[in-house]
Ligand binder design. Structure first.
Ligand code: AHM
Ligand code: MG
Length: 327
């Protein structure tokens, strides 16, 4: 599909929807509402120092993590846009223990990490919004939490908005990965990075090396091996680390450790999205044993180890980890 640089995202989505068999119903409307919410979050993130929304609320979320004021603002903004949106049957967010029902029936379930990278909010380092759209299994009955327990390969759309030195949307509808930069003058996301592919060979690896004291020796050796011909970059916001590797060429790892045997990142609200984008950009993702996209989650907030990047890197990682899983 050839679409000109500068095309607005809504025009782009409408054109893609025509050729996308799964994308029926109100997909354009659902995405428009997510992006309207993200534009509001963009303004809040940019003005946070002036608007008095930096810092923690004093609360702890369902994940046992400190809740930041901007986490709440981002969550409320997106949920308020999606509850009345036709097409959306229900919403699951990283901040909510259960699911949120919309006020209309719909074909779609939306999963959100409203503001990823909480530890970077107060220090002016890139954060992001992660979203995923799944099919709603039943149109004619009340949605249950189990309806969200679908492997990432079922996703109809997946994307993130990074609030960085510029604000950018990266998205796939299952037909390649495309990047749109927010033009702050017009308030439109405009196509700036068509058909993004992981550059090869990879030049970077991203992992929190502060966890090395809790790693299995197999993981220690793996990271040492990756570092031989790659430079290290670690930001601490999944969206920013993934985005950097996608554009500059690198592999991201969040392995299990003795404190977090299932890793830290969440299957539904973080990993499925990045996995679909990676595969659509010519990369791969894995939990160490199988493709992230094939994994069937068993709970809304289930965590899993995560490795994502160019295919050769993921093949190398899986080969090395086989030793750990066998032994
Ligand atoms: P969150 O900010 O939505 O809770 O997401 C978790 C974040 C990810 O963005 C990032 O990849 C990871 O936690 C960083 O973890 P750590 O500080 O343990 O390296
Ligand atoms: Mg997150």
């Amino acid at each position: 599909m050839s679409i000109e640089i500068g095309t607005s995202v809504m025009e782009f989505i409408a054109a893609q929807q025509l050729g996308h068999p799964q994308a029926k119903g109100r997909l354009t409307l659902v995405l428009a509402n997510i992006l309207a919410g993200c534009q509001f979050i963009h303004r809040q993130v940019n003005n946070a120092g002036l608007a008095g929304v930096l810092g923690a609320t004093g609360g702890i979320n369902v994940q046992g993590e400190e809740v930041q004021k901007l986490d709440v603002l981002a969550r409320n903004t997106l949920v308020n846009h999606l509850i009345p949106c036709e097409g959306v049957a229900a919403i699951s967010t990283e901040e909510d223990e259960g699911i949120i029902l919309s006020t209309t029936p719909g074909n779609y379930l939306t999963v959100l990490d409203p503001l990823d990278g909480s530890s970077n909010i107060d220090v002016n380092v890139s954060v992001g919004t992660i979203f995923s759209i799944l099919p709603c299994p039943q149109f004619d009955r009340k949605v249950q939490p189990q309806d969200f327990l679908q492997p990432g390969k079922n996703q109809i759309a997946a994307g993130y908005v990074i609030y960085g030195s510029g604000t950018m949307l990266v998205m796939t509808l299952g037909n390649g990965v495309h990047g749109f930069t927010l033009d702050t003058g017009s308030g439109l996301f405009l196509l700036s990075h068509p058909n993004i592919r992981f550059p090869r060979p990879s030049k970077y690896y991203s992992v929190n090396e502060g966890n090395r004291h809790s790693w299995d020796p197999v993981i220690l050796r793996l990271i040492f091996e990756l570092s031989r011909d790659r430079s290290a970059r670690y930001i601490g916001s999944l969206v920013a680390d993934f985005h950097r590797n996608l554009l500059a060429g690198g592999v991201f790892l969040y392995p299990p450790d003795s404190k977090s045997p299932k890793g830290k990142l969440r299957c539904l609200s973080e990993l499925s999205t990045m996995a679909m984008i990676a595969e659509q950009a010519g990369g791969r993702s894995s939990n160490g044993r199988e493709s992230t996209l094939n994994h069937m989650p068993t709970a809304l907030h289930e965590r899993a180890p995560f490795y994502v990047g160019p295919p050769d890197d993921i093949a190398l990682i899986e080969a090395r980890l086989a030793e750990m899983y066998q032994g």
